[in-house]
Write a protein that binds this ligand. Structure first.
Ligand SMILES: *[C@@H]1O[C@H](CO)[C@@H](O)[C@H](O)[C@H]1NC(C)=O
Ligand SMILES: *[C@@H]1O[C@H](CO)[C@@H](O)[C@H](O)[C@H]1NC(C)=O
Length: 300
């Protein structure tokens, strides 16, 4: 390639890299990989199923050296596990959506609500909003306490949110509150990481969330034919927040970092099974080769 064409190609490639959008047809380009280790994120998401009290945290060996659980909050069958990650001096919250996830999905009726006075057009799914609100005040209070204990002198302590399934939806709602400010004072969002997460809100939610994200990252890992990431349906006006990391293969669980944006899901990633193929509960309960939910808890 020579002359003006080479310059144009370079320009297009640079513009695409800057915008995350292909300059020609407006389609997103593949995202760069996450900076945070998603296997570690998965183990932390799973902690909300397995850890019922802060006195006896049921954590896998990889986490025991660095993770300190400061509080477990249980309310209306939802749960948040809050603590300190000494590996990089950050706070974390691992959310569990419901006690009985599987039954909830079977009976779910989706209803959008618009709860944000500062983002009047932003709609979120009512069920996830309720679960988040059972936990929100306690989580904010416990994060403040954990910060006072482990990192009192830093102005803004890094925080990450994790969750599998409906717990992922709750983690995304917590991340949005963190980004909007005033709820999680004294913290700075580093990232939110979800596994088998449903769609949390409307397209305007995805847009508002992404516009506030700044240097923080937001990853949702999907697995093969997992049914949950396809609920509530895009046709009902729901849209995922980027970015998706797709586990397509069981044997080789390498993740594909998808080409999505605040206004587009990548139809070549988990959406490729939609509408007929995405019905698997088994795939929902297994991520990166590890069993999720209560079934994945280790015995001590
Ligand atoms: C990611 O985290 C897992 C679990 O802690 C660990 O086994 C693995 O070695 C880590 N991978 C990298 C590339 O650091
Ligand atoms: C956080 O800070 C804001 C502004 O200083 C204050 O209005 C709000 O009540 C604080 N929130 C909490 C949960 O402490």
């Amino acid at each position: 390639m020579q002359g003006p064409w080479a310059v144009l190609a370079l320009y297009v490639a640079t513009a695409a890299a800057i915008n995350g959008l292909d300059a020609i047809d407006g389609k997103p380009t593949p995202s760069p990989p996450p900076t945070y280790n998603l296997t570690r994120a998965l183990l932390l998401a799973e902690a909300s199923y397995c850890t019922a009290t802060e006195d006896q945290p049921l954590l896998p060996a990889e986490l025991r050296k660095t993770i300190i659980v400061t509080k477990v909050v249980d309310n209306h069958a939802t749960r948040a596990v809050i603590g300190w990650d000494a590996s990089d001096r950050s706070l974390f919250v691992s959310f569990r959506g419901t006690e009985n996830d599987r039954n909830w999905w079977q009976d779910a009726k989706f209803v959008k609500i618009r709860p944000y006075a500062d983002y009047k057009d932003v709609a979120v799914e009512r069920g996830f909003w309720r679960w988040y609100n059972f936990l929100k005040e306690d989580v904010a209070h416990q994060l403040t306490k954990a910060k006072a204990k482990f990192d009192p002198t830093t102005l803004f302590t890094p925080v990450r949110f994790y969750g599998h399934s409906a717990g992922g939806a709750v983690a995304v709602l917590a991340a949005f509150d963190q980004l909007r400010g005033s709820v999680y004072n004294g913290t700075q969002l580093k990232g939110s990481y979800t596994f088998g997460c449903p769609r949390v809100g409307s397209a305007s939610f995805a847009k508002a969330f992404t516009s506030l994200l700044g240097d923080a990252e937001n990853w949702r890992v999907t697995h093969r034919d997992d049914v949950v990431p396809h609920l509530p349906q895009e046709d009902l006006g729901y849209l995922h927040t980027p970015h998706e990391a797709y586990q397509k293969d069981e044997v080789k669980p390498d993740l594909i970092y998808c080409a999505d944006s605040a206004s587009h899901e990548d139809d070549a990633c988990s959406n490729s099974c939609y509408p007929l193929g995405c019905t698997s509960v088994v795939d929902h309960l297994s991520y990166l080769g590890l069993v999720q939910g209560i079934g994945g808890c280790i015995e001590l």
